[in-house]
Design a binder for this molecule. Structure first.
Ligand SMILES: Cc1cc2nc3c(=O)[nH]c(=O)nc-3n(C[C@H](O)[C@H](O)[C@H](O)COP(=O)(O)OP(=O)(O)OC[C@H]3O[C@@H](n4cnc5c(N)ncnc54)[C@H](O)[C@@H]3O)c2cc1C
Ligand code: FES
Length: 242
């Protein structure tokens, strides 16, 4: 879904939009990652790529051209805010996406001005999406759970089998994948920044429904929890307990 919106200007890869269903029976926003931005016209455009899993995303899938939808955003910190390392033209960035964690990797690959290898994990060949866009922005390695395309196995299996090395890792996907990425980061001594997809209610830091345990104290709640919607969704892998 491409949205015409002023929110495109200055949006950072890894940020998300809070999208409100139009139906009165659904009060809460649905967070969707910014997949791509286009600021070549005014207002700019933001592309969202989502899987239909419930009533909210089902409603979005019936929107057509010229329909409108209420959004708040761009929200969250994005991929660059928590990064402590310098990213220069010689940096080798490894982007890892799994399932609905793949969309933000497209804008990240576009915004990174360095060498990019993306490893994308899908259930099977029939579930593959955004491959053309990812290939356009750098090298793409694909892993499928059933081996119907690319490497048989997980994204981390594909990284080990291809002996892919990097200076920095960015990842978004399901928790088991993020855990494996955090372990890989520790084993190889490569800093990793991971984007968490916790369930959210307000998206603006007020309700605490999205908290995740961390090694750091949250300024707002004064406990070792971070609000994924405003402190994240991107965190150094070493700072969150998965
Ligand atoms: C920061 C962030 C970015 C996201 N980006 C994307 C994206 O780019 N594309 C995309 O397809 N989805 C993305 N999601 C997940 C998306 O927000 C949910 O799938 C959506 O809110 C579901 O709404 P619904 O009304 O269709 O389903 P609901 O009726 O709310 O739920 C249907 C089913 O989906 C599960 N579900 C709902 N939310 C999540 C979640 N956050 N994580 C895992 N399971 C969930 C529920 O447990 C339930 O089983 C993102 C989530 C976050 C927090
Ligand atoms: S969703 Fe309400 S605090 Fe994060």
């Amino acid at each position: 879904m491409w949205l015409s919106t002023n929110a495109a200007a200055g949006a950072i890869a890894g940020q998300f939009l809070s999208v409100f269903p139009n139906s009165d029976s659904m009060q809460l926003m649905r967070p969707l990652s910014i997949c791509e931005t286009d600021s070549s016209s005014a207002p700019g455009k933001i592309r969202l790529v989502y899987r239909v899993v419930g009533k909210g995303t089902e409603e979005f899938s019936h929107l057509s051209e010229h329909d409108s939808v209420v959004i708040i955003g761009p929200n969250g910190n994005g991929f660059f805010a928590p990064v402590k390392e310098k990213i220069g033209p010689d940096t080798r960035a490894l982007l890892i996406g799994g399932g609905i964690g793949i969309p933000p990797m497209v804008e990240l690959a576009k915004q990174l001005k360095c060498s990019v290898v993306t490893v994308a994990g899908y259930r099977s060949r029939n579930d593959m999406f955004l491959t053309k866009e990812l290939e356009r922005e750098g090298e793409l390695v694909i892993a499928t759970d059933d081996g119907s395309f690319g490497h048989l196995g997980t994204v981390t299996d594909a990284i080990e089998q291809n002996d892919i090395d990097a200076d920095i890792i960015f990842a978004c996907g399901p928790k088991p994948m993020l855990k494996a990425v955090a372990a890989l980061s520790q084993k190889r001594g490569i800093p990793a920044y991971i984007s968490m997809e916790e369930r959210m209610a307000c998206g603006i830091g007020a309700c605490l429904s999205c908290v995740t345990p961390s090694s750091d104290i949250d300024d707002h709640s004064k406990v070792k929890n971070k609000r994924v919607c405003v402190d994240g969704p991107v965190f150094p892998a070493s700072e969150v307990r998965l």
